[in-house]
Design a protein around this ligand. Structure first.
Ligand code: G4P
Length: 528
């Protein structure tokens, strides 16, 4: 296939949702369409299987949450889909945010019984800032739900995104009978069977007056569906492809992931309406690098060590932006400026991996064994191409991490360095302290739990956590003379992992006070 064709058939996306809205279930069903039936089983049995192959994922099992991100690749209708799994727990938002830099679109799953929940809102915000196109799946239509119009309203009023329902539910809850495809003018009927629901092939109808529809619905539900659809036609927004691709209008689909109802409609529409990988901005002069640029380039958005004890190694996940990736190719590594050979490249499916010989823009490649690669680094054939895609997030919780066993100092240090490189947390050192105890900083406390667990299970190093009183870190411009700063009680000066000076605050009040007594000292959200 020609490069342009390879690019045109790629779709790289993530599913975002509040925990329990149905992301895992939807993923599993999407994979069924990819002819990946046996692999879909892998995802279904994910929690159990992970525990069997990787011991650090026991933590996931214990907590019932998904911490790691997995990349799933499957083919459907001639398209090649790269689905990046995002951790759902709020403490892992930083990791999730990084994953979102590597996708070109997202599917937002909403539990139609609950509407928009906190985590959805936060993740949506990141997508909006990046202008990522968003497709919405209103899930769990087989159960009592909020009013469909109220759900649309909420998208517009809470998230501020225009909504275009591609299909519309016929009845809700126990009366849910299917959806009406507004553009294709077809009904997709949902039949309830003992133990679940079933999908019935679409029936073409010109409108809801068709007896096929009328006789399936009770008169009240029927009258309501007719009225709602009329309202949408008259007062609803028109579909606009450019607005969808700009992330300002979201196509909305109703269905039930568990019953595999409405999932294929979502997938088909998603493929028809989403865009292949586009250009990314590189370098200080904001030059756009199109995917068709013949020179290979990509950036590291995630690093994960010890994913599988059978391999015991470190994987840097690279999103290909332009050109063709070939195994064994030589590229420049932006951080060191050195040439590196990319010989150990893998494609991952759940816990299994296979060697990648070639990859195209939109694909994700897992590079094994390059300890010099860090999150945000660019790998490119042309050294002038450097991406700045990865945002950093200010920490909100702090704790000292003690090593209670001096005999294990080496393991403790090695493990900590590795986890820092993975970006699991940040580290500070208090400027006026002789103590060598690292001060860890994270977006949420669960990250500390992961650090301790992984130090113990992967490096054999026990640790003790001592909560620290700070809630915010602000960076100072390089070269600031910290000795003349007036520090309110409990406010401390610290340096981050690369020695950049920062101020630690226990609360908002001390931060405001600091600004008043040091009026000429700017506080920065992130290091320069
Ligand atoms: P998540 O990854 O977003 O956290 O959600 P997940 O898919 O694990 O789904 C959360 C729960 O919601 C699961 O139930 C799942 O079966 C259920 N669910 C998903 N889609 C639908 C749907 O369309 N209708 C209904 N009624 N339920 C749905 P669980 O009891 O927590 O787990 P399980 O024992 O069923 O696996």
């Amino acid at each position: 296939m020609l490069p342009a064709e390879e690019i045109a058939r790629r779709r790289t996306f993530a599913i975002i949702s509040h925990p329990d809205a149905g992301k895992t279930t939807l993923t599993e069903k999407l994979l069924l369409y990819g002819g990946a039936t046996q692999l879909a089983g892998t995802v279904g049995a994910r929690k159990a299987q992970r525990a069997a192959t990787s011991d650090w994922m026991e933590l996931e099992k214990k907590r019932g949450i998904s911490i790691t991100s997995t990349v799933l690749q499957f083919d459907y209708r001639g398209y090649r889909l790269n689905l990046l799994d995002t951790p759902g727990h709020r403490d892992f938002s930083e990791d999730t945010y990084r994953v979102l830099t590597a996708v070109d679109a997202v599917i937002m799953v909403i539990d139609a019984g609950k509407g928009i929940e906190t985590q959805t809102r936060k993740l949506f915000e990141v997508c909006r800032q990046r202008g990522v196109p968003i497709f919405t799946f209103m899930n769990k239509m087989d159960r009592p739900t909020r009013e469909p119009l109220a759900l649309l309203d909420e998208l517009e009023s809470v998230l501020g995104i225009a909504a275009f329902p591609v299909n519309w539910p016929l009845g809700t809850g126990f009366e849910f009978r299917g959806v009406f495809d507004r553009q294709a003018k077809a009904v997709h009927l949902f039949e309830r069977l003992p133990g679940g629901g079933a999908y019935v092939a679409p029936v073409n109808v010109t409108d809801l007056a068709d007896p096929i529809v009328k006789e399936k619905l009770d008169p009240d539900a029927y009258a309501r569906a007719v009225e709602e659809l009329e309202m949408l036609e008259i007062a609803g927004a028109e579909y606009d492809q450019a607005t969808v691709l700009a992330g300002k209008q979201t196509p909305v689909f109703f269905g039930s992931a568990m019953n595999n109802f409405g999932v294929q409609l979502l997938l088909d529409n998603f493929l028809d309406r989403s865009a292949p990988p586009g250009a990314r901005v590189a370098g200080a002069d904001h030059e756009e690098i199109p995917p068709t640029n013949p020179d290979f380039s990509g950036f590291v958005f995630k690093i994960q060590a010890n994913m599988d004890p059978r391999h015991r190694d470190r994987i840097a996940f690279v999103r290909v932006v332009s050109g063709r990736f070939d195994r064994d190719m030589q590229v420049t590594h932006s951080r060191t400026g050195k040439k590196v050979r990319l010989s150990n490249a893998h494609r991952l499916f759940a816990q299994d991996r296979e060697t990648v010989e070639e990859a195209w823009p939109g694909d994700i490649v897992g590079l094994v064994g390059h300890s010099e690669f860090g999150i945000g680094d660019t790998l490119s054939a042309d050294p002038a191409v450097v991406y700045h895609e990865i945002p950093r997030f200010p920490p909100e919780v702090f704790a000292f991490l003690h090593n209670p066993n001096t005999g294990k100092f080496k393991q403790f240090r090695q493990g900590l360095d590795q986890l820092l490189q993975e970006g699991v947390m940040q580290v500070f050192h208090l400027a006026d302290s002789l103590s060598k105890v690292p001060l860890l900083a994270a977006v949420g406390p669960l990250q500390f739990e992961v650090v301790q667990y992984r130090l113990e299970t992967e490096y054999g190093a026990a640790s003790r956590l001592e909560t620290a009183p700070w809630q915010a870190a602000k960076w100072l411009p390089p070269g600031t003379d910290t000795t003349i700063l007036k520090l309110p009680t409990d406010v401390r000066i610290a340096t981050d992992a690369v020695g950049a000076p920062a101020v630690l605050f226990p609360n908002d009040w001390t931060q405001r006070y600091f600004t008043e007594v040091n009026p000429n000292v700017p506080l920065l959200d992130l290091p320069t």
